[in-house]
Design a protein around this ligand. Structure first.
Ligand code: SPD
Length: 280
């Protein structure tokens, strides 16, 4: 008989994965963590019953959430990742000519178990001399630091459990304070088809704080429900209006990406009308 993992993200609709094997299950200090093997998506990580990454499609989310802000910025040297303990965003960020990538992850178990069970996701990035790991609450770190960053990437869970605080006005205000001039904040903002209220709420919180607030899209099959929205905020509105030719000159290190391209970078900001409406 087939064993199934049924995602608990939505009360009335969902997806299930055939499970070939449970690889690891633990209640960490912060959340319920399970890693399991599937025939279609390979190895999968779920936190508190919600899919976080699969071996098969993690590249889509990680490439887009990383390369769009870093390429748009053009000269990012200091990158902050809030969350992201599996190392996928880190792997992509370190492909750029950055000086330091700081990751603030609340749950050490996510880092340790990802290194053990998903070594190809971080692909050696945790050993890079430019990498700095801080195990701390992202809100507390950002509220207390006086450091500045060129790009802040919030690779969080959905707004429940430890991730909830990363969707608050207070958190966004601190992100703004910690962005250097011309800096960009990006964040995961759910699947608009099912999580439209979340997109509207986040956009309403970012808009008064930044000169430019928007979102761009990426289709991640294991984040069920169509396109995922990735939130964008910056005080430099020109960063979002660059031509693909300008973006191309900055992507020589990114020739082997599997989803990201300079053309798609620009196109990803074109929104279906129902998504655009959620922002108004
Ligand atoms: N609905 C789930 C969204 C999860 C986003 N974060 C994923 C972490 C991958 N590094």
């Amino acid at each position: 008989m087939t064993d199934w993992f049924c995602e608990t993200l939505y009360p009335d609709v969902g997806q299930r994965f055939a499970v070939s094997k449970i690889v690891h299950r633990i209640k960490t200090e912060h959340q319920d963590l399970v890693i399991f093997e599937t025939p279609v998506f390979g190895r999968v990580l779920a936190l508190d019953g919600v899919i976080q990454l699969t071996q098969k499609d993690e590249f889509i989310y990680h490439e887009m959430l990383t390369h769009v802000p870093i390429v748009a910025h053009g000269k990012a040297k200091r990158v902050l990742i809030v969350g992201g303990g599996d190392g996928g965003i880190l792997r992509e960020a370190l492909r750029h000519d950055v000086e330091r990538v700081t990751m603030v992850e609340i749950d050490r178990a996510v880092v340790d178990l990802s290194k053990e069970y998903f070594p190809e996701v971080s692909a050696g990035a945790f050993a890079d001399p430019r990498f700095e790991l801080v195990i701390a609450d992202g809100m507390k770190f950002i509220a207390e630091t006086d450091r500045k960053f060129d790009v802040i990437i919030v690779d969080s869970t959905d707004p429940q459990g430890p991730g909830e605080v990363l969707f608050t006005v207070a958190f966004y205000e601190e992100c703004k304070r910690c962005l250097a001039a011309g800096g960009v904040l990006v964040l995961q903002n759910g699947v608009p088809f099912f999580q439209g209220d979340e997109l509207t709420m986040v956009h309403r919180r970012l808009k008064p704080l930044f000169a430019d607030a928007a979102c761009f899209l990426a289709a991640v099959p294991s984040y069920y429900g169509g396109f995922m929205a990735l939130g964008w905020a910056s005080d430099d509105a020109s960063l979002r209006q660059q031509k693909p030719e300008a973006l191309k000159t900055r992507t020589s290190r990114l020739r082997d990406t599997r989803y990201y391209s300079p053309e798609l970078h620009q196109a990803a900001f074109q929104l279906p009308r129902f998504v655009a409406k959620l922002l108004n």
